[in-house]
Design a protein around this ligand. Structure first.
Ligand code: MN
Length: 750
């Protein structure tokens, strides 16, 4: 192998910028691990550079800069392990060049080849495809991944760099990669405990998924930058002062919350930016657990803790191992903020997760492979959930394959029966015959009666008691048995013997799940989403699907998820039909396909009851020209056609395909919030006169705030409830007639 390596090394460096990028990676790697074999690292780089050759990335840079950038992320944020770093440099070599597994193995050894192969398989997973072959691929990949978590770490570094450079990809690619990142990779980073990577993945991805909302958030943060900074500084100083008094040696950090966490608060809790109070976060890092509690006491006596908000993840860590104490306080001006308290060690773990274990482990080149089952359970669950064909069973089978510890037990006649570890007498009975399983009434282990759900141990003699009085298996057994054989046979019985019952059970959990997703039966039937989804899931009828949910071969959540995806897809198709390639300016829908009443008051073509929210940036009312924006997972957001955000998006050509025509329907909703921005000459009784004007317009005032900007200028924000654009216009006229008012503009309700 040495001789072959030196052949690669003979390619030699050219001293250009790309080489420099590589040497920067090498330098960071060697700082942590002086024992690394630089010949191997350099050979990996030169080998990758040679074989990627003239390939270019979409932004025009040589392809090799991508693996180098991924390696930079890898050595800085994840871990340092010689084989894994080499694999990271080579991660696209099997996928994108003519280099084979064997080539990599000959040069860099089996470990590296398997890592590269694992990443290649992950890359090939089509996130949305469902056929048999893909199933098999995903299965293999899961096996590879679950064998060695380093594969996933390399993939995360790869994905992070791809997101950083996503601007150069097509709009479709941007959407797919971002959605996949939010749905698969960020949760994986989270479960691995790697907050830093997770945040960056989310913040990058959400900008492509909902650019408007993100620019709204960014604009708000920019506008309030000075205030927020001042607030961050003042609280931090106060914390530092207190800790100094208490003689606690601590590092105090202050920061703005991440874009995605603000986004989620706004949309999942349906809050205004102004209501998202806890934009600021603080962190105190100390040396010992004892000091954590000391700091908590000190802070509680300095600020006002909000009752019931304290979370002690030191006493009970999160499932991913996260530890810290969080508490929320009320500052001056009633601003809420959170302080996290943790030790240095907890901090490293929180930032780098599993990677922290490698990062601070000074090791040589011998591969670190962790075989702790718990480390990987989540990977299987996570990716298993992406599967459409019987994911639950798939996951279980996978699990028994992965950790195929077996128990060997005997029949009373001495026949050997092998079962997966943890198997019960029920598994044993079904292994003998379906009829025995279906009529099991009890079990004896080594001659003594045991519960039929007890765990069998190797070497035991098992005798099954049956009775014709037994009416059949129980659905709960599906959770008890360990073998897929038993599970399959139990399902079979219910399918044949208890169809009506399983349909009823399945329907009820489906309905719950549908409700949770805020969808209605009418909506999914009417739009055609249900039929399409059933067909794609290969169910002949709705009852068949209920039955499958009833016998737990499919989860209700997943069925609903699938239907929701179809709904989104159909919305997009309808848009294409109506609008085609024309720019989505203020297109009125000429084909009024149906006059339908809609709860929100807005009609999206063909979809009477899809989820609609009114954009706060411009708050439209009936009579305004409006357009809809397809958000991801939050329905349609309705903007005025003259909304600044919409116009900006049009001008810059952002997300053309996601703007769709919408019209006002026969609305049931009575009033809408409308905001006005009034500028006036400052004078006595100005406010009273404005109130008088509003009063004479007979509208409900929702919010009113006035500020005197200077001795001569006053500005007033007022939010009213209006039924229509005409009413809003008449209010505007009334306001303009107030003495001293210089301008009245319709604004959003922010
Ligand atoms: Mn890559």
């Amino acid at each position: 192998m040495e001789r072959k390596l030196s052949e690669v090394l003979n390619i030699g460096f050219t001293g250009d910028d790309v080489d420099k990028l590589y040497f920067a990676v090498e330098e960071i790697a060697l700082q942590g691990n002086p024992g690394f074999n630089t010949d191997r690292l350099r050979a990996a780089y030169l080998f990758a550079r040679k074989h990627h050759g003239e390939q270019r990335r979409n932004d025009g840079t040589p392809y090799i800069t991508h693996p180098i950038a991924a390696a930079t992320i890898f050595v800085s944020d994840m871990m340092i392990d010689e084989d894994a770093l080499i694999a990271c440099l080579l991660h696209d070599i099997i996928e994108d060049t003519d280099v084979s597994f064997g080539d990599v193995e000959r040069l860099f050894g089996r470990q590296v080849a398997e890592l590269v192969d694992g990443v290649t398989k992950l890359t090939r997973i089509e996130y949305s495809s469902k056929d048999e072959e893909q199933m098999e691929n995903i299965r293999k990949t899961l096996l590879a991944t679950a064998k060695d978590v380093r594969v996933m770490l390399i993939k995360l570094a790869d994905r992070l760099h791809n997101l950083r450079t996503l601007d150069y990809k097509s709009v479709d690619k941007q959407r797919d990669k971002s959605a996949e990142t939010i749905e698969i990779y960020a949760p994986i980073a989270h479960r691995l405990g790697m907050q830093k990577v997770k945040w960056e993945l989310e913040d990058k991805a959400i900008v492509y998924l909902d650019p408007l909302a993100c620019s709204e958030i960014k604009a708000f943060l920019d506008e309030n930058h000075a205030n927020l900074e001042r607030f961050l500084d003042s609280v931090r100083t106060e914390i530092e002062k207190k800790l100094k008094e208490e003689e606690v040696d601590a590092e105090v950090q202050s920061r703005m919350k991440h874009l995605y966490s603000i986004y989620r608060k706004m949309y999942s809790q349906n809050k205004d930016l102004h209501e998202v109070h806890d934009l600021c976060a603080f962190r105190v890092i100390v040396s010992t657990v004892g000091e954590c509690y000391h700091v908590l006491g000190a802070l509680d006596s300095t600020f006002h803790p909000v009752p019931g908000k304290i979370k002690n993840y030191i006493a009970s860590p999160k499932p991913n191992g996260y530890r810290s104490i969080h508490n929320t306080y009320v500052g001056r001006d009633g601003i809420l903020f959170e302080i996290q308290i943790r030790t240095r060690e907890m901090h490293e773990e929180a930032e780098f997760g599993v990677a922290a274990h490698w990062k601070y482990k000074k090791g040589g080149s011998d591969g670190v492979s962790v075989s702790d089952e718990n480390q990987y359970a989540w990977i299987r669950e996570m990716l298993g959930r992406q599967e459409d064909l019987d994911p639950e069973q798939f996951r279980r089978e996978l699990k028994s394959e992965l950790f195929a510890d077996e128990v060997m037990v005997f029949t009373p006649k001495g026949k050997v029966v092998s079962l997966p570890a943890g198997a019960t007498p029920i598994d044993f009975a079904y292994k003998l015959h379906s009829d025995i399983g279906n009529h099991i009434s009890g079990a004896k282990l080594n001659g003594r009666i045991v519960p039929i759900d007890s765990k069998l141990e190797s070497g035991g003699i098992v005798e099954i008691l049956t009775s014709n009085a037994t009416k059949g298996p129980s659905l709960d057994w599906l959770e008890i048995v360990r073998s897929s054989e038993a599970r399959g046979k139990i399902r079979q019985w219910f399918k044949k013997e208890r169809r009506a019952e399983t349909i009823a059970i399945g329907k009820s959990s489906f309905d719950d799940e549908l409700h949770r997703a805020r969808l209605t039966m009418t909506e999914i039937v009417h739009s055609g989403a249900l039929d399409t989804a059933l067909e794609k899931l290969s169910f002949k009828s709705l009852e068949d699907m209920y039955a499958a949910i009833g016998i737990r071969s499919r989860s209700a959540a997943q069925a609903v998820h699938r239907i929701r995806d179809e709904l989104i897809r159909l919305q997009r198709e309808i848009y294409n039909e109506v609008v085609g390639e024309m720019p989505p300016t203020i297109q009125k829908t000429s084909t009024a396909k149906q006059i339908t009443r809609s709860k929100s008051g807005v009609l999206v073509d063909g979809l009477p009851d899809c989820e609609v929210k009114f954009a706060r940036c411009c708050s439209p009312v009936p009579g305004d020209d409006i357009v809809g924006f397809i958000t991801l997972g939050h329905g349609i957001s309705v903007h005025r056609a003259d909304c600044e955000n919409y116009c900006n998006a049009l001008v810059r050509g952002i997300n053309r395909e996601r703007w769709i025509p919408v019209t006002w329907g026969n609305n049931e909703k009575d009033t809408y919030l409308v905001g006005f921005y009034v500028a006036a000459q400052n004078r006595k009784n100005l406010i009273i006169d404005i109130m008088g004007a509003l009063n004479s317009a007979k509208v409900n005032v929702d919010e009113f705030s006035a500020q005197s900007r200077s001795p001569v200028l006053a500005t007033i924000h007022v939010t009213i409830q209006a039924h229509s654009a005409a009413e809003a216009a008449s209010v505007s006229t009334k306001l303009q007639h107030v003495q001293g008012v210089t301008s009245v503009e319709r604004r959003g309700t922010d």
